[in-house]
Every structure is written in C-alpha cells, then in structure tokens.
Design a protein around this ligand. Structure first.
Ligand code: NAG
Length: 288
C-alpha cells in the first residue's frame, strides 16, 4: 500500500450495524455498481452499462463522444476506478477520470489519458484547479500498456493533500499550501466525471497527429467504481475519511520518486519557458 488509510471506518456506536459493515468490508470490498452510483450524462447511447452494473463502456465516433458522472457529490474522499484504454491507433482520443465542482470559480482534479498512434505511449495528464485556476500540470508515461488490461487509477482528495495513484503507486502529490496563498480545493463539493472525447486539435503531439476515423468507434472500458468518501447531504459534509491522515509511507515515497524520475515527461514546476518569472511557490516546498 502506498498510503496509510483505513478502508473500513464506521461510527463506533452502531454495534449491530458495525457488524454488518465489517462483514461487508471483508467479504466483498464494496464493489461499485454503475447503475446505483453513476448516471450517463451524454453521448446518445454511446455509453453503455455492462455486466449488471459492474462495467461501463464509453465510445467515440466522428459525431460524438460520451460520458458519465457520479450520482453523488463529495467533499473529500478516495475515488478508485479501473480503466482499459482505447487500443491501437488512439491518437486524438482523450479518456478522462476527474473530479469537478460546478459553476464559476470551479475546483477540479484531473486524470486525462491522451491517446497515441499504435505502439507509442499514452500520456497521462494530471492537473489541479482551485477557484477556476489551474496551471498545475504534470504528465507521465506509464510503465505498462494501459490498453491490454484493466489498471486502477485513484484520486485521493484530502483536506491536506491530493494524491494521484496508478495501481496503488503514488505518482503525484499536491499538498495544501493555502497558508502561503496557493489555492486548494477545500469547500466546493465535487462529482466524479468520466468521458471519452476527441481532441485531435491538441492532444497528440500538440495536435500534429490527427484522429484516424476509419478506426472508429473507439471504446474505453471502466469497472470497479469505488468511492470511500464523504457524500454531501448524507453525512453533513464530514466523515471518517477526513480523519485519516492519507500520508505517504516510506514505501510510497520511494515508489513515487521512482515514477517521477523514470516516467514523468512534463512538470509545470520545471517549465521556465512558460513561467519565466519563476515557478509557483509550492514548487519550492518539499514534494512530500
Ligand atoms: C506519443 O508518442 C510520442 C513518441 O514516443 C511521445 O513523445 C508522446 O509523448 C506520446 N504521447 C502523446 C499524447 O502524443
């Protein structure tokens, strides 16, 4: 485990209920169900719930992409999802898994998977917006083929830090540096959003490689939608998740260092051309 957390928390008073929760936790680690937890938001039939709610496919053709979102909004939580990305020539396609609030000055935590021509690696794009302001991009290549099998991608959104994980390996931490004036998402509830869309005007090698529509429809698969978080409305905005520290342990720190040294391809903190006046203040702080 990359980060220390307690996946099965519950209030101490409900002894009977707790017994069931314990059973549920250990018997079947709360398998998500897309019928119960998600709603298809766009794509006119291109998004399909599969296997009785255990899986979901998104597709993209020349006319439209597709997408879904979580039914609930959350204020903090850990969000896990398994994805199998568009195989073959996926240049120009963008598969997403992100959290976002609504309205002006929105908060957002992004995982975006930028397709590529056959045999070339996907780019995993991450970003954090707070109060409508982003510019916190880090990008990675993966150490496996993300189209050959399902892999788990996770977003941990905690009051103190945001952690991006791939197969439980932390790849990025964005710490809360509000105290030195760096915006951080702390008050606007967010929903999980996922989509498959076309962005060949910028996604693949800066828009130079165009989508090959003879390969359409492009399909990405999602499964094991798992949320351990604080749904807004039912828990009054606070829940056990927030009292877990969600800090990286030594193993997690080493693993993240390895990913960043070997597989990071872009870091806004190091982009002096884009930020000639110097990188943002959080870049000078310890990454851990
Ligand atoms: C596609 O492959 C090229 C060449 O390996 C690589 O530089 C680039 O980062 C890859 N990703 C995208 C989205 O273009």
């Amino acid at each position: 485990m990359g980060i220390s957390s307690n996946p099965c928390r519950f209030p101490p008073n409900f002894a009977l209920l707790s017994a069931f929760v314990v059973l549920a936790c250990f018997a079947a680690p709360s398998a998500g169900n897309f019928y119960r937890d998600a709603e298809i938001t766009w794509g006119d039939g291109r998004a399909k719930i599969l296997e009785g709610g255990r899986g979901l496919s998104l597709s993209l053709d020349q006319y439209s992409g597709s997408g879904f979102q979580s039914k609930n909004e959350y204020l903090y939580g850990r969000f896990d999802l398994q994805l199998k990305l568009v195989p073959g020539n996926s240049a120009g396609t963008v598969t997403t898994f992100f959290l976002s609030s609504q309205g002006e000055g929105h908060d957002e935590i992004d995982f975006e998977f930028l397709g590529n021509v056959s045999g070339e690696p996907y780019t995993v794009h991450t970003n954090v917006y707070a109060g409508g302001k982003g510019d916190k991009e880090q990008q990675f290549h993966l150490w496996f083929d993300p189209t050959a099998a399902f892999h788990t991608y996770s977003i941990v959104w905690h009051p103190q830090r945001i952690i991006f994980l791939v197969d439980n390996s932390p790849i990025r931490i964005f710490n809360n540096h509000k105290s030195i004036g760096i915006p951080f998402p702390t008050s606007q509830p967010m929903r999980v959003h996922c989509s498959l869309w076309n962005a060949d005007d910028w996604a693949t090698q800066g828009g130079r490689v165009k989508t090959d529509w003879t390969k359409a429809p492009f399909v990405a698969y999602y499964r094991n939608f798992k949320i351990d978080g604080c749904p807004v409305g039912t828990s009054g905005g606070s829940c056990g998740f927030q009292s877990q520290t969600q800090e990286l342990d030594a193993k997690g720190r080493n693993r993240m260092r390895w990913v960043q040294q070997k597989h990071m391809i872009y870091n806004y903190c190091a982009d002096v051309r884009r930020f000639p006046q110097g990188s943002s203040a959080e870049c000078k702080r310890s990454r851990f």
